[in-house]
Ligand binder design. Structure first.
Ligand code: GDP
Length: 420
């Protein structure tokens, strides 16, 4: 029963599957490391008994060791990664904050900066900013100065317009950070950012496009994803039609009509243009939400806000946001397990197969060596037996000779005696 309920809770926590898979993979590599180390010690122990092990096999085992240690280091960098896109003010920071259940990123800072942010889980008391390419760590309170390209409290550190700022925040503060989800908030969608795609998007497991429900999907937004799709086949994309609370003033029929129009356009984009999912999967990829309502409700639940912003029809938007999170968690953990661990798993299998071949070769050589030693031994034994035989023959001859001599001397002595 206990294991049944453990299984159920695991299923309900898809994000944990990634951490589980990572831990299992780590165990496999630790075991593999132990086996390869023992083999390496055996090959390298310098005794005469191992002289028959060829250099090729010894070198191969050293390469296995290097490979294993490189992959073990990679485990620490393997995280689930989601990248948020959308025009300024569409509500990307608010969506991230709602998902983190706290107002961590500054909201409503406008167009003045094109720096981008990465939120990553750190240790218990880690609340700081790190700027790409610099060792400087800034207090997290500086994040709210983002309005005019970030500067340190003393005004000494200016941040470039295209620099990546990592926000390190305690893991324990959010389920996403706890389970190694990294969130990247991209402010701009200008076409010059091809190199940015190469640098920051190729290892992304999921993309979230945050749209403004009051305007349609722009060509700039579409172009960006089409460029991503050229580099990553079938990217996992969610579309959040944010600020859906603006529709609350309309009557239900009108809301439904606008919703269907948006849905149709998003489906054409996701299914036909981006080839990111099937028409059937679209309902789990497109959501009509109000990030502001969800964030404020969650802050109120934590006792950080007295009154949460709410418009008519908020329950359905909140349900849609929860639905988005459930689908997001499932998809990101599935994609990350596939992209991050499939390669490690394949490499582990390759190492095991190569190691088996290596051991088979050496075992064959060992039995040949045994055979050779056995033959050598038999030869030496024969020679030795020959020597022994020679020696016994010699001994025999010697005894006989001695006998003869003794007899001759005796005869001679007796004859002499008779002569006397
Ligand atoms: P970003 O530039 O895309 O990161 O957008 P922000 O998250 O900074 O949001 C811009 C402004 O829109 C802020 O003042 C938010 O409070 C507001 N906002 C964000 N989401 C919503 C929403 O769902 N409804 C409403 N009414 N306002 C929102």
């Amino acid at each position: 029963n206990q294991s049944q309920s453990r299984k159920t809770s695991r299923y309900e926590e898809p994000l944990k599957r990634f951490t589980d898979a990572k831990n299992q993979m780590k165990d496999i590599y630790n075991d593999l490391e132990g086996c390869v180390q023992n083999l390496s010690q055996f090959y390298d122990d310098g005794s005469d008994a191992n002289k028959f092990v060829p250099e090729k096999e010894i070198q191969e085992v050293r390469r296995f060791q290097d490979s294993i240690s490189t992959i073990q280091k990679m485990f620490n960098r393997d995280k689930m990664k989601v990248v948020f896109f959308g025009r300024t003010s569409n509500g990307k920071s608010t969506v991230i904050n709602a998902m983190l259940h706290q107002k961590l990123l500054p909201q409503g800072i406008g167009h003045t900066t094109s720096s981008f942010l990465k939120v990553e889980g750190g240790s218990e008391n880690e609340k700081m900013l790190q700027i790409e390419g610099s060792d400087t760590k800034l207090p997290i309170t500086d994040l709210h100065r983002l309005g005019n390209a970030l500067s340190a409290s003393d005004g000494s550190t200016k941040i470039g317009t295209d620099s990546l700022i990592t926000v390190l925040y305690p893991k324990a503060s959010s389920k996403l950070l706890q389970n190694e989800v990294v969130l990247v908030d991209r402010v701009d969608l200008s076409p010059e950012y091809d190199s940015w795609i190469d640098k920051h998007c190729l290892d992304a497991d999921v993309f979230v496009l945050v749209c403004n429900s009051e305007s349609t999907l722009t060509q700039a937004e579409k172009n960006f994803f089409l460029r991503v799709a050229k580099k990553l086949s079938r990217p996992n994309v969610f579309i959040l039609n944010n600020r859906w609370d603006a529709s609350s003033a309309e009557d239900d029929d009108q809301i439904e009509q606008v919703r269907n129009q948006h849905m149709k356009r998003f489906m054409t984009f996701l299914v036909d243009e981006l080839k990111s999912c099937s028409p059937h999967e679209c309902k789990d990829r497109v959501f009509f939400i109000s990030a502001r309502e969800v964030l404020e409700q969650r802050m109120k639940d934590r006792g950080e806000l007295a009154n949460a912003y709410q418009q008519d029809g908020h329950a359905r938007r909140r349900a849609d946001f929860n639905n988005f999170e459930t689908n997001f968690e499932r998809l990101i953990s599935k994609a990350a397990i596939r992209t991050k661990f499939e390669a490690h798993d394949r490499r582990a299998r390759e190492i095991i197969t190569d190691m088996k071949d290596n051991l088979d070769n050496v075992t064959n050589l060992a039995s040949q060596e045994k055979q050779r030693l056995k033959l050598d031994y038999e030869l030496k034994n024969r020679e030795f037996n020959e020597c022994r035989k020679q020696f016994s023959e010699f001994e025999q001859r010697y005894r006989e000779q001695q006998q003869r001599i003794r007899q001759e001397v005796h005869l001679k002595v007796s004859a002499d005696f008779h002569l006397e």
